[in-house]
Design a protein around this ligand. Structure first.
Ligand SMILES: Cc1ncc(C[n+]2csc(CCOP(=O)(O)OP(=O)(O)O)c2C)c(N)n1
Ligand SMILES: [Mg+2]
Length: 1020
């Protein structure tokens, strides 16, 4: 309706003869054109000049303005009537429905002169335009997508009423069989005419069917961009567009042969092994290769892929070109692993390979990212790695590096991470400038029918949220598959946006080869048993059309079978599995040739006084001219300046010093997460906003040194699973970057639990791949209630691999060795200086480990939580344990109690100790690094105070926090000669009380216990 009015008003002002009165008429009357035909379908209920046809009418109108003879006479009359002041509802009148009064008919006739057929002509043209549009929107619903011919890919067997499947359906448009041979002018929103601007209706319908209702179903009309829609239309509508050269057909057949015979070879040799075969979707291999060939032709040099189990071995063999013997030897159970790693090769390990693309003769690097069995979890990781590779090679538009993601139909529809990843696709700091998605849509998920596993018509509907075009294709038509894959790659190269290829196929066997599919899908599998394989069908088709001879076809098969046999023979010689050959992201130059760290020491993480001062000055200034910052921020920067002059730092400055110095040393720093630019707690302010100029920003961190590495700080979408996965992928690409993800509050990390459990914690053990990602998790009991209190230290600590019962051998380089052997590092720093050191250590260490940091909230502004430059200058280090430095340490023999603690509670403890005047009798020792556990330092501390009992104090509840982790380790350290008493909150289900008063009384209670030297006497 809105479009109609716009169109009608546009028609009017151009008319010179128009009267003022007629210009005002639209407001006075309801001038909407009413359709006089009545249909039941909602589409038909649209008015005559709806959004669909107004383009066409406008086009006609402008042509008529230039030359009234250039348009059909009917349009000439229509526009003359409109310009003469006929209201839009009357300039053209449709033939009246039955029962309309003669009077209205007479009125209509008087407006158009004595040419009643003209109205029919106009109406018929509009009807044809609607019909064309109906095919563009809904043609895919009737496309022949299912190779088995039993399912409807959209889960709906009904045929849209505006798609012409028989001539009686023409009535929907007010047309009939007699109109089929009439010639109609084609609107500019279609390309079916080729060089013709008009076609007979019969031919129009035929061409629409060819374009939209064969083995390809194109879903794109939801895209809001006209150019993009036009681009797709011309790719599918132009007559004869799906033409392949002989060479292309033969290559396609050869690829189909490799894909098919590879699976058959495995089936023959290892019939009792699970391999999640690709049978039923062998087209995946030529599909992928087509996307890669076309992208390589367009300039892409690196493709990063992520995929699930199905067809993985085939992709490794035939797309990435992993040596076949390396794959076959995985089936040998006697194989030994030469290096660490759980040998989780076949379905999970990644791969990296650089080779020449034979079609384009250009170099191409292909990698497949290692993935857990958690379906779709790898998606954001692939995107992050792709973004990093683009970033490091200065590929700002994704012209050189791209990603391809493969999916199963059930997982794509069911897993929320798919949606989260799509939502990163167009964000400046997360976009990889278009991903090609390929769904292996075998119309089943394990044993579940799609009608029970998704509520959307297609598995691909989630992609519509980002306006990605979706090409459904019958995977038993290899040429159609190749065609859409070419278009998908071209789409990405042209628009740098995501695109989906939905390969509608079937699964010849069960979920794996051991599984009986007939239990649950009897009819489907009866049909599958009858189904001829796609290689055979395509081979026969090419033989029939004379593109290959039968002999050539058979020779090609024999050739590949021989390659497999020979590789199999060679694979028997492989005795040792080098998991390191299965790395998706090698870090050249970072390790020795045997993959070991180049040293086993970590230099000082301190900085010179000048560097500290310089970075501090940048942090407290606005390094660009004419930039107005907020008054509140001016005060903050002034305060920072003051601190720097006093040689001190607070939390934000400590972080600044770490980031700034690493940047200066050429290390890229990337901080990502929700609202990280300012900081959730408004303490960071890494991005300054000009208060007078919209969107003008300044990032002082990028003004530290002329030769510094760039700093990326980016507010993320409101996602944890997606964004953490992305940053993990980013960190995977290079060891020379500090990549940090900050949770808004630490408790939100559990939304990304899958990334933590499946990738971060065990990544190195499973996939021999190190990763130095940093998680910043705001944590602490501030009386704010159960939400936002706990980052769940207990969970991270429970997953640490250090043995609680074994006291390790203490050597000079114990601390580095321990770091080298751990699966991740968990710290809770109590000072900005120590936070600064631990961040710098992350990069100065000769290897990479994930770092989990419980970060404070109230300490961000705590007057005592400051560090002096002396704690940060050259020669200083991260302190794993901060011993007591007060009166207790001066006279350790007299100390009655040692309190071990970590993080913020330290400040509550020291305050209480002071109030109680117990500084001589109680030593408070901070454990800054919880894991790997500082056995050596805990030992020396406990030995220092021989007469003291030993308490672990935490503000968290007893079943949470650190107690369960530290207690057995402290006991092991002291040979179990003393108990480790507990002072803290009682066990609880929720992480914190919601009542401020209860919070404080709990605090008082446990501080009481901590300082009551008699508290544990009765238990002794
Ligand atoms: C997150 C997650 N949940 C459940 C599973 C168990 N699972 C493995 S395969 C599978 C079915 C997958 O179906 P689909 O995505 O259609 O892939 P297909 O096996 O059909 O190729 C399921 C449920 C899993 N691997 N990951
Ligand atoms: Mg499936």
């Amino acid at each position: 309706m809105h479009r109609l009015r716009t169109c009608a008003t546009r028609l009017r002002p151009i008319t010179a003869s128009q009267t003022a009165q007629s210009q005002q008429r639209p407001a006075a009357h309801n001038r909407t054109l009413q359709p006089s035909r009545r249909f039941t379908s909602p589409v038909a209920a649209e008015p005559f000049l709806n959004g669909t046809s107004s383009n066409y009418v406008e086009e006609m109108y402008f042509a008529w303005l230039e030359n009234p003879k250039s348009v059909h006479k009917s349009w000439d009359i229509f526009f003359r009537n409109a310009n003469a002041g006929a209201p839009p509802g009357a300039a053209h009148m449709s033939p009246p429905p039955l029962g309309t009064s003669l009077a209205s008919l007479t009125q209509a006739q008087s407006l158009v002169g004595a040419q009643p057929n003209v109205e029919k002509l106009v109406e018929d043209h509009l009807a044809v335009q609607s019909l064309i549009r109906a095919y563009q929107i809904r043609g895919h619903h009737v496309a022949q997508l299912d190779p088995l011919g039993i399912m409807d890919a959209d889960l709906d067997s009904s045929i849209p009423s505006d798609i012409i499947t028989s001539s009686d359906k023409l009535g929907f448009y007010g047309l009939d069989e007699s109109d089929l041979d009439k010639v109609f002018r084609l609107p500019t929103t279609t390309f079916i005419g080729g060089d013709e601007s008009a076609l007979p209706l019969r031919e129009i319908i035929r061409r629409l069917e060819m374009a939209y209702c064969q083995n390809i179903g194109v879903e794109f009309m939801f895209i809001n961009d006209l150019d993009q829609c036009q681009w797709i239309r011309q790719k599918f509508e132009k007559p004869g567009i799906m033409h392949f050269t002989l060479e292309e057909k033969r290559t396609l057949l050869a690829r189909m042969i490799r894909s098919t015979r590879f699976e058959e070879f495995l089936q023959k040799k290892w019939s009792a092994e699970k391999r999640f075969g690709l049978e039923g979707c062998e087209s995946l291999i030529p599909a992928l290769k087509t996307v890669i060939d076309k992208s390589s032709e367009k300039g892409v040099e690196e493709v990063i892929m992520g995929m699930p189990h199905r067809g993985r071995l085939n992709v490794l063999a035939n797309v990435i070109r992993k040596e076949l013997e390396q794959i076959f030897c995985q089936f040998d159970s006697k194989l030994e692993a030469a290096d660490e790693g759980s040998g989780d090769v076949k379905y999970h390990l990644g791969m990296y390979h650089r080779r020449i693309n034979r079609v384009t003769d250009r170099n191409i690097t292909l990698s497949l990212v290692a993935n857990p069995s958690h379906l779709e979890a790898v998606n954001p990781v692939v995107q992050g790695k792709t973004k990093a590779d683009q970033f490091y090679c200065g590929d700002n538009d994704g012209n050189r590096v791209m990603s391809i993601l493969m999916h199963g139909d059930a997982a794509f529809a069911g897993q929320g991470i798919v949606y989260e990843t799509f939502h990163l696709s167009d964000l400046p700091s997360y976009s990889t400038h278009g991903t090609v998605h390929i769904i292996v849509n075998n119309q089943i998920g394990f044993t579940t029918d799609p009608r029970m596993s998704r509520s959307s018509p297609y598995p691909s509907d989630v992609a519509r949220v980002v306006n990605a075009p979706i090409f459904h294709v019958n995977a038993d038509d290899p040429e159609a598959v190749m065609y859409v894959c070419n278009v998908a790659a071209e789409w990405r190269a042209t628009f740098h946006k995501d695109v989906v290829v939905d390969l509608v196929c079937y699964r010849r066997y069960g979920h794996n080869e051991m599984d009986e599919p007939m239990f649950t899908q009897p009819l489907m599998y009866k049909q599958i048993k009858k189904q001829k394989g796609v290689m055979q069908k395509y081979g026969e088709r090419l033989i029939a059309e004379g593109s290959v001879t039968r002999q050539e076809y058979e020779e090609e098969i024999a050739k590949y079978d021989k390659i497999c046999e020979e590789a199999h023979a060679r694979s028997k010689d492989e005795k040792i599995l080098h998991i390191k050959h299965w790395l998706d992201s090698p870090w050249p130059g970072f390790f020795t040739l045997d993959g070991q760290p180049k040293s086993m020491s970590c230099p000082s993480t301190g900085l010179s006084e000048e560097e500290l001062t310089h970075i501090g000055q940048v942090a407290s200034s606005v390094p660009v001219d004419d930039f107005t910052i907020h008054g509140g921020l001016s005060r903050i920067l002034k305060g920072r300046g003051e601190m720097i002059r006093n040689r001190t730092v607070d939390w934000a400055l400590g972080e600044y010093m770490a980031f700034g110095s690493l940047l200066k040393e050429g290390i890229h720093v990337r901080l990502s997460g929700q609202d990280v630019e300012r900081g959730t707690f408004s303490h960071r302010h890494h991005v300054l906003h000009d208060q007078n100029v919209d969107k003008r920003i300044c990032i002082p961190m990028n003004h530290i040194d002329a030769n510094q590495a760039p700093y990326t700080v980016c507010n993320s979408s409101l996602s944890e699973y997606g964004v953490l996965g992305f940053e993990l992928g980013f960190a995977m690409a290079s060891p020379n970057a500090l990549v940090l993800w900050e949770a808004q509050f630490g408790d939100f990390h559990n939304t990304a639990q899958c990334i933590i459990d499946q990738f971060i914690c065990p990544g190195q053990a499973k996939w021999v791949r190190q990763n130095g990602i940093v998680l910043l998790l705001p944590h602490g009991m501030e009386g704010m209630g159960p939400e936002h209190s706990s980052a769940r230290p207990e969970r991270f600590l429970q997953m640490c691999n250090d043995d609680p019962d074994l006291f390790p051998k203490i050597t000079d380089d114990f601390a580095v060795h321990q770091l080298h052997n751990c699966n991740w590092i968990v710290v809770n720093c109590s000072t900005p200086g120590n936070y600064f050191h631990v961040l710098r250590r992350q990069i100065l260490m000769p290897f990479r480990k994930p770092l989990i940091v419980f970060t404070p909230k109230s300490l961000l502004r705590h007057p005592e939580a400051k560090s002096n430059f002396d704690e940060m200058i050259s020669g200083t280090h991260f302190q794993r344990v901060i011993p007591d430095a007060g009166p207790a340490a001066q006279n350790p023999e007299g100390v009655k109690r040692m309190i071990f603690c970590t993080g913020k509670v330290y400040y509550e403890l020291t305050k209480e100790r002071k109030t109680r005047e117990m500084e001589d009798s109680v030593a408070i020792i901070r454990m800054e690094q919880l894991s790997p556990f500082p056995f050596d330092l805990v030992k020396s501390e406990t030995e220092k105070y021989p007469n003291a009992d030993l308490v672990w104090c935490q503000e968290e509840h007893k079943n949470q926090g650190y107690y369960d982790y530290v207690k057995p380790r402290i006991r092991t350290t002291i040979d179990r000669v003393k108990p480790v008493w507990y002072a803290g909150r009682d066990p609880a289900a929720a992480p914190a009380t919601g009542n401020k008063k209860t919070h404080l009384s709990e605090l008082n209670r446990f501080l009481n216990t901590a300082f009551n030297l008699e508290a544990f006497k009765e238990h002794e």
